[in-house]
Ligand binder design. Structure first.
Ligand SMILES: Cc1cc2nc3c(=O)[nH]c(=O)nc-3n(C[C@H](O)[C@H](O)[C@H](O)COP(=O)(O)O)c2cc1C
Length: 412
């Protein structure tokens, strides 16, 4: 499960380190969002090391990934521990001037708060009213416990122990999903291609496309986080787009440039893989004869004709070499007027290529390429289909869900 842990500025933040560790050990993907004050108690390095993800307090970091809403929309559960009197008040008022506040407004996942504060603060009418408001909105509350407080006195206000918070959190997850969901690809090897190939025209020019590689990077990272070993073949993808995948210990990245290089790398990767996902935008054509010298306009008569020849069809080649039981997934970026047209084009392509699953996405102004969000129809060769939309990571997870259910249907 995708768990967001918000941390606000109380001494008990040190106990939340144990909670995050326990969630990670249980197989969950954990993203920590501290407040600025929380970082005065436990620093970024600790949160990043225990959660294994980058940590920020601000809505202005990672803007390209729309992080300020992405974490909230992807979350299956949000925990705030410790929840200070201040953060509870801000939640009750819907204040969203930091990443935690925005995430709490953007999420529809269950929210669990573990208040921690001095007894006088806990018993103040303002805090009581804020808790009443939050409970009425469906926020779950654990603790605080009664016992010795940091100041030397004693009373209600101690944050509940990490194992109690963990148990309460797991009880909020859908039955059966509490521990298993995010490790469902464990033991599998998958090959993923991403980016866009470039076909040289001369030493300085190429034929390319607008693929950023974000969707394929998200597919690779999602697979790795769900337990798979991933071979990612990347054609012209910015370092920043690949950063998270590059950091993951189960992702091996190979960089390629042309369609022919991508074809060779994917054949090699696919030979040892259980699932192959072709996300890369591969050039259909290349220049028949690449000029060894820069083509100069002075040498021509005002026009230039470049004969093109067709590139190998990478997806069809992978299908032809398919290992028994291997699942092959293609992506089809189509300009279509509506979902029906997209579905029809996708179905025809799926049949033509012989893949097991095709993610058809509409491209055009502001859609698909270079955008942060995506929307696809996942068409399976056995006639079933699913739709997925949202962040490219959410689409990636829906794709792996579709692969897992296809494999389950095959096993009967
Ligand atoms: C040493 C120390 C311990 C604190 N412990 C708590 C606490 O347990 N609970 C609380 O509500 N506030 C506590 N505070 C006060 C909060 O840090 C303060 O209200 C802060 O503005 C909270 O910001 P945040 O909710 O954005 O993290 C503490 C302050 C200090 C200096």
């Amino acid at each position: 499960m995708f768990v967001v842990v918000g941390v606000s500025g109380g001494i008990a933040a040190y106990k939340t380190v144990q909670l995050v560790r326990a969630l990670v050990t249980n197989g969950h993907e954990v993203h920590v969002i501290p407040t600025d004050d929380a970082l005065r108690f436990v620093g970024t390095a600790t949160w990043e090391a225990v959660s294994r993800h980058p940590v920020t307090t601000s809505v202005h970091d990672d803007v390209a990934e729309v992080r300020h809403v992405a974490l909230g929309t992807q979350a299956d559960l949000v925990i705030v521990a410790p929840a200070t009197a201040n953060t509870l008040a801000r939640m009750a008022a819907g204040i969203a001037d930091n990443l935690l506040g925005v995430t709490l407004l953007a999420t529809t996942a269950p929210v669990l708060v573990a208040p921690a504060m001095h007894t006088a603060m806990w018993e103040h009418a303002a805090t009581r009213d804020n808790l009443t408001t939050l409970r009425a909105r469906g926020v779950h509350v654990i603790g605080p416990a009664d016992g010795p407080l940091t100041g030397g006195d004693s009373g209600p206000g101690r944050m509940s122990e990490p194992d109690e918070i963990l148990a309460a959190a797991l009880a909020l997850l859908p039955a059966g999903d509490a521990t298993a969901h995010r490790t469902d690809l464990e033991g599998m090897t998958v090959a993923v291609s991403t980016g866009g190939t470039r076909e040289p025209i001369d030493p300085v020019r190429f034929l390319g496309n607008r693929s950023s590689g974000r969707q394929g990077a998200a597919v690779a990272l999602a697979a790795a986080e769900r337990g798979a070993h991933v071979r990612l073949v990347a054609a012209h993808v910015d370092e920043g787009v690949l950063a998270e995948a590059l950091r993951h210990p189960r992702v091996e990245v190979e960089r390629v440039s042309t369609a022919a290089e991508l074809d060779a790398a994917m054949r090699d990767a696919a030979a040892g893989s259980d699932v192959v996902v072709m996300v890369a935008a591969v050039a259909d054509f290349r220049v028949a004869e690449v000029s060894t010298e820069k083509i100069r306009k002075e040498d021509g008569d005002g026009s230039l004709t470049l004969p093109l020849v067709q590139n190998p069809d990478v997806l069809a080649g992978l299908v032809a070499a398919r290992r028994p039981g291997q699942v092959i997934v293609g992506f089809a970026a189509e300009t279509a007027a509506d979902d029906d047209e997209l579905r029809n084009r996708g179905r025809r392509k799926l049949a033509r290529k012989g893949a097991d699953l095709l993610a058809a996405n509409r491209v055009g102004a502001g859609l698909g390429f270079e955008a942060d969000d995506n929307a696809v129809i996942l068409l399976a060769a056995d006639g079933t289909e699913a739709t997925a939309s949202g962040t490219k990571r959410a689409v990636a997870d829906a794709l792996w869900d579709a692969v897992a259910s296809l494999r389950a249907r095959r096993r009967g």
